[in-house]
Design a protein around this ligand. Structure first.
Ligand SMILES: Nc1ncnc2c1ncn2[C@@H]1O[C@H](COP(=O)(O)OP(=O)(O)OP(=O)(O)O)[C@@H](O)[C@H]1O
Ligand SMILES: [Mg+2]
Length: 370
């Protein structure tokens, strides 16, 4: 990918005051392929960023005591503090209205908090907003792309907004369309794209400048399982290349699959943090899950089995499933079945399983995340 003679040429040319445009034109007429030039320029941009980011130690994002109040009364974030380790995938996991988008928008310099301080790559998100914007990528919850342009034109436009020379912007657009499997649709206007195609284009747009840190607000919401899986793959590849990703999600599985560190957020507050395993350990023991055949007996079943649990059971009235953390392994199963049998309550299914993140959520908040 790197081509050192070219880099020194670019540096020299910049040294004598040639613009990117002039340098590119000179190189193209000298027979260089625009693909090589794309890499040179993008790496070049990165070489400017590296010293800044390198100063910042292990955490590329630090958030301290951030509060955001909409209007006078809606406290969307309440004294939030967190760190994102460089090179990690960190997930902000929480249900609707938890404050995820609000935090991402603050970090991406699109909103100003009422209290607290946040830094991204050493930049204060309020005071250094302008500088910060050139090094972060953001894929919002709602696609920020232009409906009336084609996929190709959208990506090219983003490149131009970031001041990439035109041939570089075009080359980058082509590359990304290919990477996101949108090559066949690149000349169609966005109005004709499906939801999943738009999500992919939006993510591609956030990668035009190869950001060192990428904020993804619910990147896979609305995607089918295949699309979700493909996107996970892309995210993993980016992280392998050294990009740090902060993503928000309502999907526990997504956090479980992708994230090194998870921050659980509810009603604007961070209520837990850790790796998926650490969080699951907080639940303790195993989880007993039983599916009651007759909806009318769900609560009675929960009351009957409560004495076998290490915490109170949770009933889901929609699915007729009772869940409860237990100790004691398989012997609990036997006793629970006997108890329900004596009361003549029929069950479709009963299992003992390892805790999921949803169990963690339930324990922390008293309600299910999904
Ligand atoms: N512009 C706004 N004006 C007033 N209230 C807002 C505004 N934006 C968000 N809120 C409120 O702030 C809280 C947090 O919203 P936010 O969009 O950050 O949540 P979220 O975790 O991203 O939710 P979702 O999963 O639905 O995207 C919610 O109560 C929401 O109603
Ligand atoms: Mg949101």
């Amino acid at each position: 990918m790197y081509n050192h003679p070219l880099i020194s040429y670019v540096e020299e040319a910049q040294g004598i005051g040639m613009t990117s445009r002039q340098i590119i034109d000179a190189l193209v007429s000298a027979g260089w392929h625009t693909h090589d030039l794309t890499n040179i320029f993008l790496d070049h941009i990165e070489s400017y960023r590296k010293p800044v980011i390198a100063e910042f130690g292990e955490n590329i994002v630090t958030v301290r005591g951030i509060s955001k109040i909409y209007g006078k009364t809606i406290r969307a974030l309440d004294d939030v503090s967190l760190d994102v380790k460089r090179g990690s995938v960190t997930a902000l996991l929480g249900p609707n209205g938890a404050g995820k988008t609000t935090l991402v928008r603050i970090l991406a310099t699109l909103l100003t908090p009422e209290h607290g301080v946040a830094h991204v790559a050493g930049f204060n998100v309020v005071d250094d907003a302008q500088k910060l914007r050139s090094i972060i990528g953001l894929a919002g919850q709602y696609a920020a792309v232009d409906e009336t342009l084609t996929g190709y034109e959208n990506l090219e436009m983003v490149g131009r907004l970031y001041h990439l020379p035109a041939p570089v912007a075009r080359q980058r657009a082509e590359e990304l369309l290919h990477q996101f499997n949108l090559g066949d649709a690149k000349d169609r206007i966005l109005k004709t794209y499906s939801g999943g195609m738009r999500r992919r284009l939006d993510l591609a747009a956030s990668l035009v400048i190869r950001p060192r840190i990428l904020f993804l607000d619910e990147p896979t919401t609305g995607l089918d399982p295949r699309g979700r899986f493909a996107l996970w793959h892309v995210i993993r590849e980016l992280v392998k290349d050294g990009t740090t990703v902060l993503l928000t999600t309502q999907y526990l599985e997504e956090a479980d699959q992708l994230a090194h560190d998870i921050f659980v957020i509810d009603h604007g507050r961070i209520i837990a943090q850790g790796t998926a395993d650490e969080l699951k350990k907080q639940v303790g023991g195993d989880v007993l899950e039983l599916h009651v055949t007759n909806h009318n007996f769900v609560n009675e079943a929960a009351n009957l089995v409560a004495k076998f649990g290490i915490e109170l059971p949770h009933t889901n009235e929609d699915t007729d499933i009772v869940t409860m953390p237990v100790n004691g392994g398989a012997s609990v199963l036997v006793e629970v079945v006997r108890e329900l049998d004596n009361a003549d309550i029929k069950i479709n299914d009963i299992v003992l399983r390892r805790p999921s993140l949803n169990d963690v959520f339930m324990k922390l908040t008293g309600h299910s995340a999904e």
